[in-house]
Design a protein. Structure first.
Length: 669
């Protein structure tokens, strides 16, 4: 015999007749939180129904994770048993939410008596039933105006000359309002498991990142720049419109197996080594490379950056050089080979003889985890709120879920960017377990069909609930072939795509100079500053500083570009031309992008106007302003033609203003 989930017991209340299903948004059926930002409104929907025709009521229940008291937001019927309600996300914290539904006895009574009275039936008994319901509400209502409303309704209904008058007293809007606030929740059912939403600060969604090696901030060849030198660069980076200044590791660099220029194994005496080979006699992950300065210098830099409207982000690279204090104090935190030596890092055919990867399966895993948490909290105590995490896909998911939750419990404003170029499911799960932002495959998406397919997935599928793609045009490890081969036009094309397909993007310093000298046959920089000190000419001819500056200005001026999931691709008649729009109808913000994906040849194309988004017709005029040139036009009809020369205007960005025909035509008499 099949067992039943309902256990019968004398005197027990009957189970609720209500069913709640498919509560959304949810990631993996609520296993992981969805993501939003402060100021958003979270809309929650669910299928809610019961047998028969009796009425239901439903609430979104929500609270901050640390609270015990719930708050309610009324849900409303949409259609086909789907209900919807919403609440404002006002704090940078994680919220818990669920759905509660219960029989709406008063609404059921109001519906029934209305139908019977309209049919001409006697409703004397139904009026008595209504009075019982009002008395029940009165028992829960607060003293004051609410109780006065209910007492007036019961008195008025009992003294009314007609049944119609009695009904009118009992269903008065003021009465219904009070009833809805104090109605019975008998037979309520609450959906479990509860859902979670992580509410980040707005910079998690909208920001422009600039990556640099602090040691390349100097002006003397062969010598490291310092934090004091970086301060001199802050106005330049701010004026280009960046929000986040991200540093590669700033810690002491090991000398054992130190790499020379271009990753050679025979460094010159003055070669500085790779910043990712962390640790020396000067300290480890909580120390500063002496060539850069001191912790006091770093604090001054963080404060100065804040004064310039910039936030410092640090690289978290959980690995060690052979000279790191961990290697001698905790050799069990690393992989020990049969001969007793510690295994260095490899990604065949690449070898990283100067780096030891961490063994997260060590017996002292709790000591290791606590130490890594201590490192993060140390830098938070020194003013850092944002971390770019190196190769998180080589560490356990359980570790990241624990670490990020531990840090954000007391520091919910902490932002973690996942630098994982790996398998799609791994990248997605890293985002689910807590990473605020994620690197993407954008770096290798160059053609129209693959860009359209990929960004539809990122911004329109379930991924939008938890995965914020931070589009880096290049990194210190990756110089894409499109930039190597396409030259300056490609640099202009790719930065427009990065800055407008997503609301958060980044460049690695030198991009503004169109630096693209590569190792032959490799997506890597020749003479990379990973291995040497660099001095840059920041006014080098051919730079695209003005383009980047204007692009970031456009992003700040047009709120549609500050949202992540409001992207729609539009039809363009040329496969080398990509057309898309970001829209916020509630704020009348519409920005349309047309990009020539071909850095070698001019392209002409028709583009289809987004009347379905603008709410316009072919007869309406649309005023468009091209935001790089400030040229304005009036467009009318379904199709327009654009011409994009990669050496002149590889991309056009249009702000759209609707002039509906009915708004400007003179009336006819």
């Amino acid at each position: 015999m099949r067992p039943t989930s309902v256990r019968l017991a004398p005197g027990a209340a009957p189970p609720s007749p209500i069913v709640i299903e498919h509560v959304e948004p949810a990631v993996d059926s609520g296993r992981y939180p969805v993501k939003r930002e402060v100021g958003d409104v979270l809309t929650v929907s669910a299928d809610i129904f019961r047998e028969g025709h009796d009425k239901l009521a439903a609430m979104v229940k929500y609270r901050r994770w640390q609270d015990t008291e719930w708050r309610d937001a009324e849900m409303h019927f949409v259609d086909n048993d789907r209900w919807e309600g919403s609440f404002a996300l006002t704090e940078n914290v994680q919220y818990i939410y669920t759905v509660e539904a219960f029989p709406d006895y008063f609404e059921t009574w109001r519906d029934e008596i209305g139908k019977k009275h309209e049919a001409g039936l006697d409703v004397a008994l139904e009026l008595r039933e209504g009075l019982v319901l009002l008395e029940d509400v009165l028992a829960r209502a607060d003293n004051g105006d609410d109780t006065h409303v209910i007492r007036s309704a019961t008195h008025g209904s009992s003294t009314a000359a007609t049944q119609a008058g009695a009904i009118a007293h009992m269903v008065d809007p003021q009465v219904v309002d009070v009833v809805n606030r104090y109605r019975s929740r008998k037979a309520a059912i609450e959906f479990t498991p509860f859902r979670k939403v992580t509410v980040d600060r707005v910079r998690a969604r909208f920001a422009a990142w600039y990556e640099m090696f602090p040691r390349s901030a100097g002006s003397e060849g062969g010598k490291s720049g310092t934090f004091r030198d970086v301060i001199e660069h802050l106005p330049r980076i701010r004026d280009m419109g960046f929000d986040v200044l991200y540093f590669t590791p700033i810690h002491p660099i090991g000398t054992t197996n130190r790499k020379g220029r271009n990753n050679t194994l025979d460094p010159a005496p003055d070669d500085p080594g790779v910043p990712y080979a962390i640790g020396s006699s000067s300290g480890g992950h909580d120390a500063i490379d002496p060539d850069l300065g001191t912790i006091e210098d770093f604090r001054v830099l963080v404060g100065s950056a804040k004064d310039h409207g910039l936030e410092i982000a640090l690289d978290l690279a959980f690995q060690a050089s052979p000279d790191h204090p961990w290697a001698s104090e905790h050799p069990d935190w690393f992989h020990i080979r049969p001969d007793g030596s510690i295994k260095y890092a490899e990604n065949p055919p690449k070898k990283y003889e100067d780096i030891y990867p961490i063994n997260f399966q060590t017996e002292d895993w709790q000591g290791l985890w606590n130490e890594l948490r201590r490192v993060v909290l140390y830098w938070i105590d020194n003013g850092v709120k944002t971390f770019r995490v190196d190769n998180p896909h080589t560490k356990p998911m359980a570790f990241w879920e624990w670490l990020i939750a531990e840090v954000q419990r007391d520091h919910p404003d902490a932002i973690f960017l996942s630098e994982a170029f790996t398998r799609p499911k791994v990248m997605r799960t890293l985002a689910k377990v807590g990473f605020t932002q994620s690197y993407t495959y954008f770096t290798w998406r160059n053609f129209k069909h693959e860009i359209t397919e990929y960004f539809t997935e990122l911004t329109q599928s379930e991924m939008k609930e938890y995965f914020r793609g931070n589009l880096f045009t290049n990194t210190h490890d990756i110089l894409p072939y499109i930039l190597q081969e396409g030259g300056r036009p490609a640099f202009r094309i790719r930065v427009v795509l990065a800055a407008t397909l997503s609301s958060v993007y980044g460049i690695y310093s030198g991009y503004e100079l169109c630096e693209n000298t590569a190792l032959e046959g490799r997506e890597e920089y020749l003479n990379s500053e990973k291995y040497e000190h660099k001095v840059w000419d920041w006014d080098r001819p051919g730079n695209i500083i003005d383009d980047i500056t204007r692009l970031n200005q456009i992003r700040r001026e047009h709120t549609a570009l500050q949202e992540y999931d409001n992207l729609t691709f539009l039809r363009a008649g040329n496969d080398n031309v990509l057309c898309y729009i970001k829209a916020l109808p509630e704020l009348d913000s519409y920005v349309l992008m047309v990009v020539n994906l071909d850095p070698f040849q001019a392209q002409e194309s028709t583009i289809e106007m987004p009347h379905h988004i603008l709410g316009t017709g072919a007869d309406d005029h649309i005023r468009v302003t091209e935001l790089f040139t400030d040229a304005s036009y009036l467009w009318q009809g379904t199709y327009q033609t654009v011409y994009l020369d990669p050496n002149v205007n590889p991309a056009m960005i249009f702000a759209l203003t609707v002039w509906r025909k009915k708004d400007y035509e003179e009336p006819c008499f």
